[in-house]
Design a protein around this ligand. Structure first.
Ligand SMILES: O=C(CO)[C@@H](O)[C@H](O)[C@H](O)[C@H](O)COP(=O)(O)O
Length: 201
């Protein structure tokens, strides 16, 4: 098979089991809408391709997805090259997110960690730091079992052995979750009951 067919076959195989995560995305969107519109904060991190997705998510929340709405506080822990290099140089790369979590995170804030393997030590350390502060920890990962899914309060697991497919499903998750955030912040009369059903699904 050529690369596009190999890739699309892997993506298609993952789609149906991935669809079962819909209820979690609805709940996370509802929680984010409530927490962020009340003045709370989301911290988000990942490595490599997942760092780009963390920044993408923060941009959707601080900026907007489609329609104009209030700006929401979401901080990606990846793009500040001065902080990233100084912390890594002085404390080791494993501390690069944990230290920022201790600096910026507050009790009840949410930390979302994106990882295809669920095994990156700097993300595991960040989850532990967040737990100490009393933050809620969520992970978007690949297949279970993995340490990040085990130590976070909740995990959205994307059922594919291919890290690229997992990253693509994480981006779908980011967009769908932001869609739920927006619907909760400005629900149409028609959408209110439907939203409640999705959250309790
Ligand atoms: O984008 C890719 C592969 O698609 C790579 O840059 C990948 O993100 C890096 O190898 C990361 O270090 C992997 O970390 P993780 O997803 O296992 O936590």
């Amino acid at each position: 098979m050529n690369p596009i067919d190999v890739h699309l076959t892997g993506l298609v195989q993952a789609l149906l089991p991935y669809r079962e995560q819909a209820g979690r995305l609805a709940r996370w969107g509802a929680t984010l809408a409530r927490h962020l519109s009340g003045g709370g904060r989301l911290l988000v991190a990942g490595n490599g391709g997942s760092a780009a997705e963390a920044q993408h998510l923060a941009a959707e929340l601080v900026g907007k997805l489609r329609e104009d709405r209030i700006p929401l506080s979401a901080i990606a822990l990846t793009p500040d090259s001065s902080a990233v290099t100084a912390i890594s140089n002085d404390y080791g790369f494993e501390e690069v997110f944990a230290r920022q979590v201790r600096a910026h995170g507050r009790r009840d804030d949410i930390l979302l960690l994106l990882s295809t393997s669920g095994r990156s030590p700097n993300l595991v350390a960040a989850a532990r730091a967040a737990e100490e502060i009393g933050m809620r920890t969520w992970a978007m990962v690949g297949e279970r079992p993995n340490p990040l899914a085990d130590i976070c309060h909740e995990a959205l697991c994307c059922p594919s052995p291919d890290s690229q497919v997992v990253q693509e499903l994480h981006l779908v998750s980011v967009h769908v979750m932001c869609e739920y955030v927006d619907r909760h912040l400005a629900p149409s009369d028609l959408g209110r009951d439907e939203l409640e059903e999705m959250v309790s699904a």
